[in-house]
Design a binder for this molecule. Structure first.
Ligand SMILES: Cc1cc2nc3c(=O)[nH]c(=O)nc-3n(C[C@H](O)[C@H](O)[C@H](O)COP(=O)(O)O)c2cc1C
Length: 371
């Protein structure tokens, strides 16, 4: 009884019975407060997708304007040396913010990188009271979660659905490439699995700069309210519960679970997608690609379709540039795109999942608002 009692105590202590609950998850429930005002737009923005759940944003809010800043302290180091993923995540936040503006009775005027002397000022959103139709995607904001579970291989994603996803974008500098047939999916899946192995073998990318964002315990999650968690990893329920109850998991065990998971994710993808922009270095194109990603993901949520970025190949391509290595993954991505006018910045999978995606933690609005 003592053993069972101890197990139950540890389970409770590690949040086994309270997945997706506690202060770290409250922003998902209280994002639509009865009070009005521009802060509600920030409440929606912070629920956006973002790399490693680093939440690299700060907001300056006035009654007529919101400035969206990058928080450079929350960078991913060697995982994202050129801050490309950071700016995609900021674009995701901007997309939610603009959708929420209409629902809160504002029309918006968005300027990207409005101040050449301050590269951290990513977007300025002017707010004017006005009546704008509210998009159905607004209601998807708290339901969108990155889904890392296996997808149902018996339920393919139709080309009509992929075309509908492509059609959501109207930016001439951002586009998506699809790899839907088994013949097209295989090389992409193989590349992503190979990139995951290269990522794990790189102790700076895997051990240090991913380890920093790993929230191993319930207490860590509730304290930091950011980062990557076991709950959101897409593992079978039993593995997830046991993982939370075990005193600690070694780095080797974590790596092997990540590699196994990636192989399963690649194998069960309904289709792979590749998001590309004209110039990989261009900050506003990165932000606009983020807006498109969030928009697609919200639409997919409405359609019961799961999505997951699997971005290790572009992370390795950046790493190759930094280390002066031969561009193995850089070339592999170029080969997939087959068009020198476009440069890959995000690879992902889409499909009908076997499970609902689970929530990841979020910091409180007060922690991301600049005085
Ligand atoms: C630019 C970018 C890159 C990402 N790369 C990966 C990735 O390689 N693997 C993965 O599982 N999730 C990836 N994600 C998903 C984030 O980890 C996820 O958005 C974050 O943890 C917040 O969780 P949520 O999307 O469920 O709210 C990425 C997201 C963004 C915006």
């Amino acid at each position: 009884m003592l053993v069972v009692g101890g197990g139950v105590w540890r389970a409770a202590d590690q949040g086994v019975f309270s997945t997706g609950e506690g202060p770290a998850y409250e922003p998902w429930d209280d994002w639509r407060t009865p009070t009005s005002g521009p802060l509600n737009l920030v409440r929606a923005a912070i629920l956006a997708a973002n790399p490693h759940n680093s939440q690299p944003w700060l907001f300056h809010v006035t009654p007529t304007q919101i400035d969206l800043f990058s928080d450079l302290r929350r960078n991913l180091g060697t995982v994202d040396p050129f801050l490309i993923e950071m700016h995609i995540g900021l674009g995701c936040a901007l997309e939610n913010l603009v959708l929420a503006a209409a629902a809160n009775g504002y029309t918006t005027r968005v300027s990207l990188s409005p101040d050449a002397s301050d590269e951290t000022l990513v977007a300025r959103i002017g707010l004017t009271p006005g009546s704008v139709p509210v998009s159905t995607l607004y209601h998807m904001i708290p339901l969108r979660h990155t889904n890392r579970y296996p997808y149902d291989t018996g339920h393919p994603v139709s080309l009509v659905t992929l075309d509908a996803l492509s059609a959501l974008g109207d930016d001439p500098d951002v586009r998506v490439f699809w790899f839907a047939s088994a013949l097209e999916r295989t090389p992409v899946g193989n590349m992503l699995v190979e990139a995951a192995h290269a990522f794990v073998a790189d102790k700076a990318q895997d051990g240090v700069d991913t380890g920093t964002w790993w929230r191993a315990t319930w207490q860590d999650i509730q304290q930091h309210r950011d980062g990557i968690t076991l709950d959101a990893a897409g593992l079978p329920d039993l593995t997830r519960v046991l993982g939370k109850m075990l005193p600690s998991v070694s780095v080797e065990q974590q790596d092997s679970s990540f590699l196994q998971n990636t192989a399963e994710q690649a194998k069960t993808a309904g289709a792979f997608g590749l998001l590309a922009i004209r110039n990989r270095q261009d900050r506003t194109q990165q932000v606009r690609a983020g807006q498109f990603w969030e928009h697609m993901h919200l639409w997919a949520t409405k359609e019961g379709l799961a999505m997951q970025p699997l971005n290790q190949a572009t992370e390795r391509a950046s790493r190759e540039i930094v280390l002066g290595m031969s561009p193995h993954f850089g070339d592999a991505l170029r080969l997939l795109v087959q068009d020198a006018a476009w440069q890959a910045i995000l690879t992902f999978r889409v499909g009908y999942s076997t499970h609902e995606g689970l929530r990841s933690p979020r910091r409180a609005v007060n922690d991301v608002v600049k005085p």
